[in-house]
Design a binder for this molecule. Structure first.
Ligand SMILES: Cc1ncc(COP(=O)(O)O)c(C=O)c1O
Length: 396
């Protein structure tokens, strides 16, 4: 790639954390922000806050007081930190297959494995809601936990995701829709369970002022490397070369903490008008849907009765080779993409006892390519992406 191409490289993820975010977060330290009225208004419920989605899931699972080692159903096509959180809670993941058409949990597989399960985690993958009523019916009396890490403001049959199940959690870590550094609200309608979750979360560590300060500065620094022009010049080449060691979005650890006031301040300031950003991203998705000609790949769509927030735009190819050729083609034209969860089956096999019974999920992990449609891209970027996908499909 030429220098100009490096400068213009469109990042795969959206780390929206500039100066304004930094100052908003730091104001949280000085104001000692402890409330988030905007999110309470939106969800008509008071959330319980933790530092991250994985911590929230851990707290919910602990509150359920399931027998040690009990099996929790979770889609294999899911971020492995979720599997880890299940293990941290003294439970074990039992992997569920996904639907090829919407990347979400297969209700049929859930029905098959239901007898072995004590709870199930339903992930709204890429912001597209799962078929929640069918999942809840298949789960019967078993608790269903909604993983809304990717689905802020998505709706299922007119209802917000996060309000459809026993308990739910979101993630507002950088790279997710609301890039606030970290932070995760838990919603739970069962008052007894809510009290228990609160009790568990109250036992977590709080953030010191110095830690909040350093974390905000580090987040700002990493976000700078994750945005143009620095992404193509520094973030991408270093991230690729050092892979995991400096993979800018990877965060593998597990640390149970309360939410920092820096994160809370930023989340609450952003969420009030966030629907506007989602509307822009939705327009971007529709631009691609209207101008990309499906060929050796299929385009994403919204589920029946669902409104997706279009957190990600996933192309699904007929095979891995075609996906990889398209990814290389796009990269050469200045568009970075993500082979999301490419190694998830191997990772789950090595670390979490997966034994190969989720063929659709394995296929998805090897054939899905996420292309950027972030709300802060320009119309000309989206036109460039559409044009380049159409060109690329001629050579695969
Ligand atoms: C589907 C899903 N669930 C849970 C998580 C965990 O969220 P966090 O990184 O805030 O712990 C992620 C984030 O990577 C995710 O993508």
């Amino acid at each position: 790639m030429k220098l100009l191409d490096h400068i213009k490289l469109i990042p795969r993820n959206n780390w929206d954390y500039g100066f304004k975010a930094l100052f908003g977060a730091l104001a949280g330290i000085f104001n000692n922000t402890a409330q988030a009225p905007n999110i309470e208004n939106i969800f008509q419920q008071k959330p319980i806050w933790t530092n991250s989605g994985r911590t929230s899931l851990y707290a919910i699972l602990m509150s359920l007081e399931l027998p040690a080692g009990a099996k929790v159903g979770v889609p294999l096509f899911c971020c492995s930190v979720v599997f880890n959180a299940i293990c941290q809670a003294g439970l074990s993941p039992l992997f569920l297959d996904s639907n090829i058409n919407d990347n979400n949990i297969s209700v049929e597989d859930l029905r098959k494995k239901r007898g072995d399960l004590a709870a199930v985690v339903a992930v709204h993958m890429f912001g597209n809601p799962c078929d929640m009523y069918s999942i809840i019916a298949a789960a019967d009396t078993m608790p269903v936990i909604e993983d809304c890490a990717q689905s802020i403001f998505s709706t299922y049959k007119g209802k917000q995701t996060g309000l459809l199940s026993t308990a739910s959690f979101f993630s507002f870590r950088c790279g997710k829709y609301i890039s606030a550094g970290e932070g995760s609200p838990i919603f739970c309608r069962d008052l007894e369970l809510q009290k228990e979750i609160e009790r568990i979360v109250n036992s977590f560590e709080s953030w010191s002022t110095i830690k909040m300060f350093i974390h905000s500065l580090m987040t700002f620094f990493k976000a700078t490397l994750y945005n143009r022009p620095w992404y193509g010049l520094i973030g991408y080449p270093i991230g690729m070369r050092l892979d995991k060691k400096l993979n800018l979005t990877a965060k593998d650890g597990f640390e149970t903490e309360k939410i920092a006031s820096t994160h809370l301040a930023l989340i609450d300031a952003r969420i009030a008008r966030f629907q506007e950003k989602i509307n822009i991203q939705r327009e971007h998705a529709h631009m691609l849907l209207n101008s990309v000609v499906p060929g050796n790949f299929s385009l994403p769509s919204e589920g029946n009765g669902c409104s997706s927030n279009w957190y990600q735009f996933a192309l699904r190819f007929q095979n891995t080779n075609q996906r990889d050729v398209m990814a290389d083609y796009l990269l050469n034209k200045g568009i970075d993409t993500s082979k999301y969860l490419d190694n998830i089956a191997d990772e789950a096999r090595s670390n979490y006892g997966y034994f190969g019974d989720c063929p659709n999920a394995e296929l998805l992990s090897k054939t899905i390519l996420l292309v950027p449609i972030h709300y802060n891209l320009h119309t000309c970027d989206i036109e460039h992406i559409a044009r380049t996908i159409n060109e690329g499909s001629q050579i695969i």
